[in-house]
Design a protein around this ligand. Structure first.
Ligand code: ATP
Ligand code: MG
Ligand code: FE
Length: 351
């Protein structure tokens, strides 16, 4: 069947249509501009924007796919984690569609969606594969077997800030535009990545126990101190050099640990997903290091790295084809759902 995927966990309203692993059409609306003057996502504004955009985003996805409502055979929705009010809008809409069309409903974990995004471009994931999730709220190294059947093994997570959060917060200190990640990436293009020797957290030999864990709050503080020192000394902050050096430090830590995890677990494929996978240096350094380690690198196309509905439809499609039991129509949102399984609907799946 054609699976409609709906995403509304943060500030993007997304709808996507997937059948048998193929993306048929998708559309995204963002309330990013409405949050800019607050310097971060305002939950109430995000929720209202989802209410406003939901129907038109679904219509756009259907139009792009050349399909109509009656063609939808199942509905998948992000039911966690994310902002509670924002999630509620997507889940309520998904229930309405599923009920009206009399088709099954699936609750999907947002991060499993980020992982599945890659399958829409590069086909089914090999088993096992190493997944580096780097987004606005998460930074994790995961050992993934069957994405929808098997429990996901966390090799390491961030102990404080996520990598995207580090970019976003430092960008503010540097006086760059919102959202910070893409702004750092742009500024870094004309900077020297060796200009500032920022720390590489949790990579020293004494950090062996935490070799697959991450920590970015110290890096954030180091970048803020560097900016402070420069501002005290003169009016011109060399933003490009700071951005390039910060981006280099983040990319270095992420890719070094991800490749080491592949080696240690004898995994031949690394998948880098989430918003920060859109970062140009993360992509190029991952490419170089994987090539020299004989590891296949998979990164979703730029437009599928950040939040979208296609990735949620991709998980829904896998669930349908695996014979998963649908969610009940009283499916609740789970704003802090841990990533254990891709589905937040009843488990286990039939063998
Ligand atoms: P989560 O998926 O953890 O719930 P989220 O959905 O807010 O969080 P995503 O949409 O996956 O996060 O990604 C947004 C993050 O990606 C932001 O922190 C943003 O700054 C970052 N980002 C986007 N593009 C780039 C880029 N080119 N370079 C660096 N960071 C980027
Ligand atoms: Mg966003
Ligand atoms: Fe996300």
């Amino acid at each position: 069947p054609v699976v409609l995927g709906i995403e509304s966990s943060c500030d993007e309203t997304g709808a996507g249509l997937v059948r048998d692993g193929k993306l048929l059409g998708h559309a995204v609306a963002s309330s990013m501009a409405e949050h800019a003057r607050f310097g971060g996502v305002v939950p109430e504004i995000a929720a209202r924007a989802h209410v406003h955009s939901m129907q038109s985003v679904v219509d756009k996805a259907l139009a792009e796919a050349g399909l109509s409502f009656g063609d939808i055979g199942a509905v998948a929705v992000t039911s966690g984690p994310g902002l509670a009010g924002a999630l509620q809008v997507g889940v309520a809409a998904a229930k309405g569609y599923a009920y009206a069309l009399d088709v099954p409903l699936y609750g999907v974990h947002h991060l499993a969606g980020h992982v599945a995004a890659d399958t829409l471009e590069h086909g089914p994931l090999p088993e096992p594969c190493m997944v580096l999730i780097v987004s606005g709220g998460h930074t994790s190294l995961l050992l993934v077997r069957d994405l929808v059947r098997d429990p996901i093994v966390h090799l390491g997570d961030t102990m404080d800030d996520a990598a995207g959060e580090c970019f976003d917060k430092v960008a503010r200190v540097f006086g760059l535009s919102y959202p910070g990640g893409p702004a750092i990436d742009r500024a870094a293009q004309s900077g020297d990545p060796k200009a500032v020797a920022f720390p590489r957290p949790l990579t020293a030999p004494r950090d062996r126990e935490d070799r697959f864990a991450f920590s970015f709050s110290g890096l954030k503080t180091a970048a803020a101190r560097w900016a402070e020192k420069h501002r005290a000394a003169g009016p011109e902050l060399p933003v490009a050099d700071g951005a390039a050096s910060l981006q280099e430090a983040v990319a270095d830590v992420l890719t070094r640990k991800a490749v080491a995890a592949c080696r240690e677990h004898d995994v031949r494929t690394l998948v880098v997903v989430g918003g920060v996978a859109a970062n140009s240096r993360v992509r190029s350094l991952a490419q170089a290091r994987c090539a020299s380690a004989g590891i296949e690198l998979r990164v979703p196309p730029l437009g599928l790295c950040t939040d979208n509905g296609a990735m949620i439809a991709a998980v829904g499609d896998l669930l349908v084809r695996s014979g998963a039991k649908p969610a009940p129509l009283d499916l609740a949102v789970d704003p802090s759902a841990p990533l254990e399984y891709a589905a937040l609907t009843p488990l286990p799946l039939p063998a």
